[in-house]
Ligand binder design. Structure first.
Ligand SMILES: [Zn+2]
Length: 297
């Protein structure tokens, strides 16, 4: 296991774990603990308002979304395990409040890390891809194994030495009869077959507002969103969706020097709801393209 896993969860983490457990054991969510047997990943929907019923869960979810979800997914996986459900569940919080509504073309760098709700029209989809989420290493000397959590669209983390061997060396150096030489703590390898990957897919999209009021040919201005797991392969051009997503800043794709400082906004999608939630009267037809119904005119 990873080095960090060896310590007990801290007090905040413990209260988050407990809150998730209470939520999943509540009547509403117990009922939902069924999953299609043939799906490897199952999106388990949780209503935003229900997070509020458990102490500080909503606060932690909005302030530290990824970590709070990671803890929740552990608890949910345990609950599925107790019921012998083979599917891997992932929490999908839906029905975000209106205060989270946002027009994508208004996004700026200062919105980084905010969890917001967007109306989008899918303009194009990439082929399904994967990313290396966790890398496993093994020390060639002491056989210790450890796992590094990677970050998407970033360089793989640099691993410098085997912690166990290094600790042993440090210990020995402090002792009275030091060894004359030490083995090399840098001698480790990646265990490729134990690496874990996650399915991802990029969606190019515009907001209904951009399509109706924007200049230029359709599709010339689009944003990017990335979807994970069970959402991969689900969407196609022309779909109208509500995306609940974390605003993320990524390096420009295809940059030709590694220290390029330019960044672009990418929506890291947490959950997806069918249809638009903010753009009343928006419609699409082959003949007229994208239009808003004229209201009260
Ligand atoms: Zn070692």
């Amino acid at each position: 296991m990873g080095r960090k896993d060896e310590t007990e969860p801290n007090a905040t983490d413990q209260s988050i774990l407990e809150a998730w457990r209470l939520l999943f054991e509540s009547e509403t969510y117990c009922r939902d603990m069924v999953a299609p047997q043939d799906e490897p990943v199952f999106g388990f929907e949780v209503d935003w308002d229900d997070l509020n019923s458990y102490e500080d869960l909503l606060v932690n979810f909005t302030e530290n979304t990824d970590h709070t979800l990671e803890l929740g997914n552990l608890v949910l996986k345990e609950q599925f395990g107790l019921r012998d459900l083979p599917t891997r569940p992932v929490i999908r919080v839906i029905n975000l409040p209106e205060s989270r509504n946002y027009e994508v073309s208004d996004l700026r760098m200062r919105d980084r890390n905010r969890l917001l709700r967007f109306d989008v029209v899918v303009m194009d989809v990439s082929f399904p891809m994967g990313w290396l989420k966790k890398t496993t290493y093994v020390c060639n000397d002491c056989d210790a194994k450890w796992v590094e959590n990677e970050r998407m669209a970033r360089e793989r983390r640099k691993v410098k030495y085997c912690r166990k061997c290094l600790d042993a060396i440090m210990e020995d150096m402090r002792s009275d009869n030091k060894k004359p030489f030490y083995k090399d703590p840098n001698d480790f390898s990646m265990v490729a077959e134990e690496n874990s990957y996650e399915d991802v897919q990029y969606l190019e999209f515009a907001s209904p507002n951009m399509l109706v009021h924007g200049d230029g040919p359709l599709g010339s201005n689009t944003y990017q969103a990335v979807v994970f797991d069970e959402y991969v392969g689900m969407f196609s051009k022309g779909d109208t969706l509500t995306l609940n997503a974390l605003v993320q800043i990524d390096p420009m794709p295809g940059r030709d020097f590694v220290r390029d400082t330019r960044r672009m906004i990418v929506l890291k999608v947490h959950s997806v709801e069918e249809g638009l939630s903010q753009s009343e009267g928006f419609s699409f037809s082959e003949e007229t393209g994208f239009t808003f119904e004229a209201l009260d005119e």
